[in-house]
Design a protein around this ligand. Structure first.
Ligand SMILES: [Zn+2]
Length: 288
């Protein structure tokens, strides 16, 4: 069966058609219509209809940041504001007259890396997104594990520091408020007294301010992932999102995680993703 994947982002919608053996047949990018839910629906359905000509039966998967409430079926916490509170899945199913699978970007990342990427030879995969936010997805034998209430893998909102940084979710001290891109940049400004973006911050490697910033980052990253390993004990952890390009996470970062795990034996591979920005759209196509 052919597979259609759509990655719905804030600035672009990417469409992908895979054949039965997961070869790329078509791949298209279009800009995301801004603040117009109806136009987004139209854009997605015309991509699907374009791909589906003369291919027989096929599946449709959509990847979008944010999550789908198990209670209401509506989108919540999306950074594409006009999607919030909308029944995207139902509306698309009505228009296309076909089942549509909808998953958040962390789950799509995890399933794509587990099926075709860095984690493809492992059974229990924890996929991590570290970028504007911090998310995660669990894949077991190439199936997404959602959990009873659809929040499995959401380590970004584990409490790391009691009474710590305020989080948009309403709690304090969440992992995301320490090791997302924006929070690391904010912390650098506090320590170094100047505003810089992450790729520039990591160039300051021989300053004392950098040592402090890096040590805090490593400790927070280490505690956050060690907590995950203690509970899930995955076969592999694969890192995605903009921060996955920071090289020291794969040396000092891994060491820090290992020091904090509750075991005298820890050798969990922590790998960089191999699909890069394509993980979302491939993950969408792999949904069933
Ligand atoms: Zn939070």
């Amino acid at each position: 069966m052919f597979k259609i994947g759509i990655d719905l982002g804030g600035t672009k919608i990417e469409g992908l058609l895979l054949d039965e053996t997961l070869n790329v047949v078509h791949r298209i990018r279009v800009p995301t219509p801004q603040n117009d839910y109806r136009k987004i629906i139209d854009e997605i359905s015309s991509l699907v209809l374009g791909f589906s000509k003369n291919i027989g039966d096929y599946t449709i998967g959509i990847c979008t940041p944010g999550s789908i409430s198990k209670k209401t079926g509506l989108i919540k916490n999306s950074n594409t504001q006009c999607l919030i509170g909308m029944p995207l899945k139902d509306d698309l199913e009505n228009i296309l007259d076909k089942k549509v699978s909808l998953e958040n970007d962390a789950n799509c990342f995890a399933i794509s890396e587990a099926t075709m990427g860095s984690a493809k030879n492992y059974s229990l995969v924890f996929g991590v997104i570290m970028g504007t936010g911090v998310g995660g997805g669990i894949v077991i034998d190439q199936k997404i594990h959602h959990g009873r209430t659809n929040i499995a893998g959401e380590w970004g909102h584990h409490t790391l520091h009691q009474n710590g940084n305020k989080c948009y979710c309403g709690k304090q001290g969440c992992v995301e408020t320490y090791i997302s891109g924006p929070s690391l940049e904010r912390r650098w400004k506090e320590i170094a007294g100047k505003k810089e973006i992450l790729p520039d911050i990591v160039k300051n490697y021989n300053s004392t301010q950098f040592s402090q910033w890096k040590q805090e980052f490593l400790d927070n990253f280490g505690t956050g992932l060690a907590n995950v390993i203690d509970i899930l004990d995955p076969d592999v952890i694969v890192l995605g999102g903009g921060l996955s390009n920071i090289d020291f996470l794969y040396s000092d970062g891994i060491k820090n995680v290992y020091q904090k795990v509750f075991s005298d034996l820890v050798d969990t591979p922590i790998l960089k993703n191999s699909l890069g920005d394509s993980a979302g759209v491939f993950g969408a196509a792999l949904l069933d």
